[in-house]
Design a protein around this ligand. Sequence first.
Ligand SMILES: [Zn+2]
Length: 219
Amino acid sequence: MSSIFETCFPSPILTLFLCLMIVTVCLTGDGMLKKADLVSSNGKYSVSMLKAFVDSSTHALVGFLVWAMVENACLLVKYNKWLNCMVAAILAGIVDLDHFMAAGSFKLERALHLERRPPFHNTSLVLLGTLICLLLSKWRSEMWVFALMFFSSWLSHHLRDANHRGLWFAPFGHTPLFSTQLYIFSILVLSVCVRIIAVFQRSPTASSPSSSENFVKVV
Ligand SMILES: [Zn+2]
């Protein structure tokens, strides 16, 4: 077990730093949103735009950091891996575009006051999309990396949103709300699991930290 962790996480300090960054970004984003709610509750200011910006930025940063965990020590030597993190950030951020799609309008107030959750927030869709990407990877090998990136980015977004509305597995329903501790812990577990899958999917025989670093390709 310890050798798996040594293989997958050759730099414990970097791994710990990334975990702390994920926790910090989640708590800071949540704290800023709570402050914005307090400001708007006195009725003087509308902070919808600010809240949408903070929320989307937090989702994107979390997606970035989760994929940084997947790239891990590669980030220190291969600077093009940062581009992968940027793609993951965009993927995590675009989930909320479905609010506008469902509202049929680019007006923020309409997008924020939907009667039901919009389609990209369906976690069953994430599982289905990941499965389709994995099937496509039989023909295009780089699709498996995209499958992992899509899965980690969108699921990190859903886990963070679960703090307010639970996970939605259509057509089966919703889970209970996730506490702050549970959703952050789930995102940390997600990042660790995806890293392990990324290493061993490419090389079931990977035995050294250095060899494990070459398997996450640039998409
Ligand atoms: Zn969302």
